[in-house]
Design a protein around this ligand. Structure first.
Ligand SMILES: [Zn+2]
Ligand SMILES: [Zn+2]
Length: 453
């Protein structure tokens, strides 16, 4: 079965870093450590694991950083080679989950406080959170890719997993699986970029409602990141919130903030015209070019500007870019004692922190998902994300579909998505899906950027 395999190969890492530095993000694919090859479907690692045949698999910014050789060395020991990338996946359950179809029940006698339930309900501290039945063979599912304690067969669970915060799992390099933060970065699980399929633990599966398109479903994982960030932003009623960046994460964050928080004013800095239009459609009040965002925040917060930093500013700034420039910008426009949330994956950045110190700004990371406390109720982030995707119609952000064979073009398109009028680029494996292909067979790259409703 054809799949894209990422191998540890230092000369090719160096080549891809150079190619992407010269040609732009995604250009490292042709010379880098990723290649299209015959990939053997992974073995089931243990009880509770199932086979999933991908239908659509997205290309994420973190995939591009990895392929471009730009990701932080921090991640070196939490991946295992060779791996099949692809953690944004909607697929078909190939082997079914026994005993499913009964919503809201866990496995009788299951001592596992998180996951391990055949119905996708995650009892957290004795409370069932979630509870969508996953189902039998042929069920459409999205993957919650984080490989926490439950998936790793680790008992007792670490404190984060016991609380349902699987994104904060302290054991991602341990247990019966090879190291890997997520499916798509682990040599034992496979990933979405393979026609051979992948394996996932039942605690990682979420059934997709029949009415939801594959395009909506493939947006659930990135939306879950945005939902987690929107909750972590701790927006209070009446707050001014600024979002930097309007790629996939930025747009999903706008949709999540608008639906889960109650900002008085939601301002967005977006570089490209299609991003500005989408940000407005998804609920932003003020949309400007990134260079104009500080001025817009200043006007809104009636602040003055001293040495380029506002005296007041936004209560919360969400950085969906993760660069030196975006973090520096965030610090100039957040109010004293305000909050900056980093959603875009940063690496090594060089930023002047004098204003952070002087103005007592809190900077926090927002990674992945687990459970969220929304209005005193605990829900799985993926369940909230499904609602946000459906309410906001986020499948509209899928701009282009490619078959695996055209992976170099696909990655170049994803790397230049903004400039090329696109948002999310996905691999389309539906033609090869064994349990009934959905949608038209894809024979070549299908750009669908004109399809935004
Ligand atoms: Zn991602
Ligand atoms: Zn854990």
């Amino acid at each position: 079965m054809k799949g894209l395999l990422f191998e540890r190969n230092l000369p090719r890492f160096a080549a891809s870093r150079l190619a992407s530095a010269i040609g732009g993000s995604g250009r490292g694919a042709a010379v880098g450590p990723l290649r299209l090859t015959d990939v053997t479907p992974p073995d089931l690692p243990g009880p509770g694991w199932h086979r999933v045949q991908p239908l659509l698999a997205g290309i994420c910014g973190s995939d591009l950083s990895t392929i471009d050789g730009r990701s932080s060395r921090y991640f070196e020991d939490v991946v295992s080679f060779p791996f099949v990338p692809g953690h944004e996946v909607v697929g078909i359950l190939e082997d079914g989950i026994p005993g499913t179809g009964v919503p809201g029940t866990g496995v009788p006698g299951d001592a596992n406080p998180v996951g391990g339930t055949p119905v996708g309900g995650t009892p957290v501290g004795g409370t069932a959170v979630g509870g969508t039945p996953v189902g039998g063979v042929g069920t459409r599912v999205v993957i919650e890719p984080v490989l926490g304690c439950v998936a790793r067969g680790i008992q007792p669970l670490c404190a984060a997993c016991a609380a349902g915060r699987t994104g904060g799992c302290e054991r991602v390099a341990f247990g019966h699986l090879s190291p890997g933060l997520q499916i798509g970065f682990c040599s034992d699980t496979g990933g979405g970029w393979s026609a051979g399929g992948l394996v996932a633990h039942e605690a990682q599966l979420h059934r997709v409602p029949d009415a939801m398109s594959d395009e909506d479903a493939v947006m659930v994982e990135p939306t879950a990141c945005a939902v987690h960030a929107a909750v972590d932003a701790e927006v209070e009623a009446g707050d001014t919130v600024a979002v930097l960046g309007a790629g996939t994460l930025g747009l999903c964050t706008v949709a999540a903030l608008r639906r889960l928080a109650a900002p008085d004013t939601l301002l967005v800095g977006a570089r490209y015209a299609h991003q500005r239009r989408l940000a407005e459609e998804l609920g932003a009040d003020v949309v400007v070019e990134p260079g104009q965002l500080a001025r817009a925040v200043r006007r809104r917060s009636r602040s003055l500007s001293v040495s380029g930093t506002l005296t007041g500013g936004a209560d919360v700034v969400v950085d969906c870019v993760g660069s030196d420039e975006s973090l520096a910008q965030a610090l100039t426009m957040v109010r004293p004692r305000g909050r900056v949330v980093l959603v875009g994956m940063p690496g090594r950045v060089s930023v002047d922190l004098a204003s952070l110190w002087h103005r007592e700004v809190a900077v926090t990371g927002a990674y992945a998902y687990g459970v969220e406390d929304v209005g005193g109720t605990l829900r799985r982030t993926f369940d909230i994300a499904m609602d946000v995707v459906a309410a906001a119609g986020l499948g509209r952000l899928v701009s282009a579909h490619y078959p695996l064979e055209h992976f170099e073009e696909a990655l170049a398109h994803a790397g230049a998505a903004g400039r090329r009028g696109a948002v999310k680029v996905v691999f389309d494996l539906r033609a090869g899906a064994r349990h009934g292909a959905r949608g038209p067979a894809t024979t070549g790259p299908t750009a669908t950027k004109g399809r935004v409703p």
